[in-house]
Design a protein around this ligand. Structure first.
Ligand SMILES: Cc1cc2nc3c(=O)[nH]c(=O)nc-3n(C[C@H](O)[C@H](O)[C@H](O)COP(=O)(O)OP(=O)(O)OC[C@H]3O[C@@H](n4cnc5c(N)ncnc54)[C@H](O)[C@@H]3O)c2cc1C
Length: 461
């Protein structure tokens, strides 16, 4: 069978692209090397608990935002409604540094008040930053990389407030050390602070099952256990993909969510001008099931972004894990209207050194995971409650887990620091979507899938 488009990967971007292409009556096939959808944002069961691999919160909530808001636009493109994702808003979250704490919610006024209270001489500057982001031309894909740290520091002139604003933005999307492209900063600032956070009580399964059902209804196909090992080309144009078992699937175009460098490695003639660097930034995350709600143990925040130093160290650490900063997430602390039936837990994320975690195995790997999880819980007890006596089950993933399950080089969660914003490669009819296009998070990944589906239809012969 010949397909119009083969999509590599059934993560958020691949699934959204598949739905969109199927809406255009395109014959589309998604091939996923694993036996489950979701990619970086998937799910599993351990210790009898339904667990998510990634999801802290979905960004871009904005239920009362304009029709042009990213999530609303995305849902229209996928012919879905906001209610299909069953989203519940966050309560409040915090950014904690030694010199100040800022609380924020989905109501921007709270963050404005907090900035005014903690940094009175920055109140006007913060309003100016909001205006700059609101007026930013997100469609300007031609401009090159600009340092957000530099541009934002010209608006927010207090270096402490600058660090506080950058911490969540970097943790939730930056593929570069200590900085982020200003275009991506604006996307992330808008997604996190202007539009807000939400989560389905049932976790990422709700989002994924909705996407799978939509794909099936629209006539798109999906095959699991189908790893692409080569993208075949003739006269500089894609003609087929070859699977690990040797099967050849003919197609008019290929859209890959495997990553920019990872995809180049599947081609015969490596495009000469593709000099993208491999990403280096990865995380460990522990999932700790609690014997009671976190609220009963003194913590009612949804998310806490903390940094124990005055300045963030957002880079590949010299130690296996950098406990100096992190993200602490309480999925049970969203503003659920009905009682929450999911497992009560605390998830803790820190930067980690891929080389260390890739280089150890067996008992040493197990022991390192257990040691670093305990050290992490001890560290965060100074930022939130001490949960150590209330954990009935735990699991931890490392940069090596990310590499094994997604194929991303170095377990780099946000891919290469060199983004291919237009998603078009040097090989005709080979396109890229997902993190390496530069769109961030779940909503960003799905949007990038939709955008690239539109490009493919426009460029169809
Ligand atoms: C720990 C963690 C927490 C996160 N938390 C959040 C959050 O709370 N909110 C949020 O918005 N975002 C979050 N993210 C980010 C979000 O998960 C990603 O941005 C998004 O899911 C990326 O989707 P994608 O489709 O671009 O790529 P991926 O999810 O990486 O999907 C790529 C898919 O391609 C498949 N594949 C790769 N190579 C091949 C091949 N050769 N053949 C066949 N298939 C192949 C992979 O198996 C994978 O399924 C988190 C990420 C992580 C790791």
């Amino acid at each position: 069978m010949t397909y119009d488009t083969v999509i590599i990967g059934a993560g958020m971007s691949g699934l959204a692209a598949g739905i969109r292409l199927a809406h255009f009556d395109s014959r589309v096939l998604i091939v996923e090397k694993h036996f489950r959808e979701g990619g970086l944002n998937s799910y599993y069961t351990a210790g009898g608990y339904p667990l998510d691999t990634g999801l802290h919160a979905m960004t871009n909530y904005a239920p009362n935002g304009p029709k042009s808001a990213p999530l609303k636009k995305l849902l229209r493109s996928l012919r879905l409604r906001l209610s299909d994702f069953d989203l519940t808003p966050q309560t409040t979250s915090k950014i904690v540094f030694p010199f100040a704490t800022l609380t924020f919610s989905n109501d921007l006024d709270l963050l404005k008040q907090e900035v005014t209270q903690n940094f009175p001489n920055q109140a006007d500057n913060f309003v100016k930053l909001i205006k700059v982001v609101n007026e930013y031309d997100f469609g300007d894909l031609a401009s090159g990389r600009k340092s957000a740290r530099k541009i934002v520091s010209e608006i927010i002139t207090d270096p402490d407030l600058l660090e506080m604003i950058l911490l969540p933005v970097l943790y939730y999307g930056s593929a570069e050390e200590d900085d982020i492209d200003f275009w991506q900063f604006c996307i992330m600032f808008q997604s996190l602070f202007l539009e807000g956070l939400a989560r389905p009580p049932g976790g990422v399964r709700v989002i994924l099952s909705t996407l799978l059902k939509r794909l099936e209804d629209a006539g798109g196909e999906l095959r699991f256990g189908a790893q692409v090992t080569r993208i075949e080309e003739t006269d500089g144009k894609v003609t087929a993909v070859i699977l690990k078992d040797g099967e050849r699937i003919e197609c008019g175009s290929v859209l890959s969510s495997a990553g920019r460098i990872e995809t180049t490695e599947l081609t015969d003639t490596k495009p000469p001008d593709d000099s993208a660097r491999a990403g280096q930034l990865s995380f460990v995350e522990s999932i700790n099931i609690l014997d009671r709600p976190a609220k009963e143990l003194g913590e009612d925040s949804t998310l806490i972004f903390y940094c124990n130093s005055e300045k963030i160290r957002y880079r590949k650490p010299e130690e296996p894990v950098d406990l100096d900063s992190g993200v602490i997430c309480f999925p049970g602390n969203f503003d659920y209207t009905d009682s929450y039936n999911g497992p009560e837990m605390v998830r803790v994320t820190h930067m980690a050194d891929y080389d260390y975690w890739f280089g150890i195995e067996g008992l040493q790997y197990m022991k390192a995971k257990a040691d670093w999880r305990l050290r992490s819980l001890e560290t965060i007890a100074n930022v939130t409650s001490d949960f150590r006596d209330h954990i009935k089950f735990s699991d931890i993933f490392t940069p090596d887990t990310v590499r094994r399950y997604t194929g991303h080089i170095n377990g780099a969660v946000y891919g290469s620091p060199d983004k291919l914003k237009r998603g078009v490669t040097n090989l005709r009819k080979l396109y890229i979507c997902g993190s390496d296009q530069g769109y961030l998070g779940i909503v960003g990944a799905m949007l990038s899938g939709v955008i690239m589906a539109n490009v493919i239809m426009k460029e169809k012969d």
